[in-house]
Design a protein around this ligand. Structure first.
Ligand code: ZN
Length: 430
């Protein structure tokens, strides 16, 4: 028994050991030789650039000939295209696709946190150095964030929400069980006072951002994606409290009315936006609200849902909502709503996040706009522009490299051979 435990511990710790090894630096400075450096602000491909890194930050970019550069540890990416680490503004790291239905009821919070550790590593290795995790049970995402920040396990930076706010019976409640089981999710609150208390409670327990389910959803029982959930008064109370306490608000919203309520209440982003209409589009442009489309999930889910035993009532909703979303979001893209990249990874396997780019382009964004959604725009949505989103002096050294210019073929972002976060190399493959 003891031996088994030690072996198991070894397996669990292996990624951490790997990370610890890559952390150990013999020299205080790192110099990346970037054969091609993609400027995500302009789309310009700059040739033969150098990036000087001091500790976890970028110190200089361009043609550097200082003494520090001479003494630095050199990373040769002369045959690669170098760009900033990607940002996914909508993940659920503590969940997996096979946990969408009744099987989720057997999972403890500690088990979900361990699932999160596995998925955090997969996400980082896919080139995503930052994620915004919008909804997790029992503050498991906050524990995951703290463990990554403490250097215990490899993973992206996490902007974490904790439990999502939901009306009773809403998308972010748990409606799977019969009444006698009294099942309710952590984030359920009804009425102005109750939602204020829930926002404050989430912040008390470490939430960086507030997630609210403003309409029904797809992967839940008995709720209608088209129906708005919270009242205007409740939504305003949520946003006012969150903003006063320095937190942004992300609103899950499919139906047109729920999108309108959320935007008028002042949320910072609309997640999914499947049935967005012309009025919503104009309102979002007026308010500067970000849209976080989650498009690729439709392809994966409709193909695999039956095989992983997702309940039929969820699949029926998906068949209506997911295809409709593409047509409606195409209009929002065309009319110039601000877009931040998000995947809803958990609905499909973590690590495939990069597949979202090709669908965004298919639905109408230019490759540069799709890439900006995952860098400078997502950084702006998180309120972290000072530190992430571009390769610039003073920012954290979150840097990836790919084999081709993504502006020629965004599919190259699905296979990221080089990943650095905070100046630490986590992946460097040929
Ligand atoms: Zn989601």
């Amino acid at each position: 028994m003891k031996k088994q435990w030690i072996a198991l511990l070894g397996l669990l710790l292996f990624p951490a050991l790997l990370a610890a090894q890559t952390t150990a630096k013999s020299k205080p400075f790192t110099l990346i030789l970037a054969g091609k450096l993609l400027d995500v602000r302009t789309g310009k491909l700059l040739i033969n650039q150098k990036i000087l890194i001091a500790g976890d930050r970028i110190e200089a970019v361009g043609q550097i000939e200082t003494k520090r550069a001479l003494n630095a540890e050199v990373i040769d990416l002369s045959d690669k295209v170098v760009l900033p680490g990607l940002i996914d503004a909508h993940t659920h790291l503590t969940m997996d696709p096979q946990d969408m239905g009744y099987s989720s009821l057997g999972l403890s919070i500690p088990r979900q946190a361990l699932t999160g550790a596995k998925n955090a590593r997969l996400t980082l290795m896919a080139g995503f150095t930052t994620v915004r995790n919008v909804a997790a049970a029992g503050y498991s995402d906050i524990a995951l964030r703290d463990s990554i920040n403490a250097g215990e396990i490899p993973g992206p930076r996490i902007d974490a929400s904790g439990p999502a706010l939901s009306i009773t019976g809403g998308h972010c409640d748990n409606n799977l069980l019969a009444p006698q089981f009294h099942a309710q999710e952590d984030g359920v609150a009804d009425g102005v006072e109750a939602v204020q208390k829930k926002v404050r409670e989430n912040i008390k327990f470490g939430a960086d951002v507030i997630k609210v389910c403003a309409t029904g959803g797809v992967l839940s029982k008995g709720d209608d994606p088209n129906a708005s959930a919270f009242t205007m008064a409740e939504l305003e109370a949520i946003v006012n409290d969150a903003h006063r306490l320095g937190r942004k608000v992300a609103a899950h919203a499919h139906g047109a009315e729920g999108i309108k309520f959320a935007v008028e209440a002042g949320v910072d982003s609309i997640e999914h936006g499947s049935f967005i209409n012309e009025e919503d589009i104009q309102l979002m442009k007026q308010h500067g609200t970000y849209l976080v489309p989650t498009l690729y999930l439709g392809d994966w889910f409709l193909e695999n849902a039956e095989a992983i035993h997702v309940p039929p009532f969820m699949i029926e909703k998906a068949k209506v909502v997911m295809p409709a979303a593409r047509a409606n979001l195409a209009k929002a893209f065309k009319e110039g709503v601000k877009v931040a990249f998000g995947t809803d990874a958990a609905v499909y396997p973590h690590g495939l996040n990069g597949r979202e780019f090709a669908v965004m382009v298919q639905v109408g964004l230019s490759p540069l706009a799709a890439l900006q959604a995952a860098t400078i725009n997502a950084a702006d949505l998180l309120g972290w522009s000072q530190n992430i989103g571009a390769i610039e002096p003073g920012k954290w050294a979150d840097i990836i490299a790919v084999n081709q210019n993504p502006l020629d073929d965004v599919h190259t972002l699905e296979n990221v051979p080089f990943v650095m976060k905070s100046g630490v190399v986590y992946k460097n493959e040929k």
